[in-house]
Design a protein around this ligand. Sequence first.
Ligand code: CMP
Length: 137
Amino acid sequence: MEQTLSIIKPDAVAKGVIGKIIDRFESNGLKVAAMKRLQLSRYDAGKFYAVHKDRPFFGELVEFMVSGPIVAMVLEGENAVGKNRELMGATNPKEAKPGTIRADFAESIDANAVHGSDSLENAHIEINFFFAQREII
Ligand code: CMP
């Protein structure tokens, strides 16, 4: 069993596809072990994406992530990190395989509907960023 962090980003929340995205996870063996809807501050968005702080897209990424509410979730299941990434599809929706969340719900590399942890180690860090242990059931 693994746990991973998933974020439904502001574009997908604004479009009203929270339920459709969660259905992809639940229909593919991932359970929602924790969930909250919130709006990030610039400080928190910058901290969450600190690994990208020297990349040219960092400023736009932070602005986009604070532009509206998001839904953060802990997904749990066998190979949860890999399975979530498979379900999301490529970072750039134009390169995402048909049937993936980004192919179906995302518009651009910035407004790409979802975020998912890229490794078990980062999943642990990202889960702890959003959730207290008592909130994960
Ligand atoms: P995410 O999985 O949330 O991780 C970092 C985000 O930066 C990524 O999804 C994209 O939305 C955004 N981003 C914007 N430009 C790029 C780029 N050139 N390469 C990678 N990520 C990018």
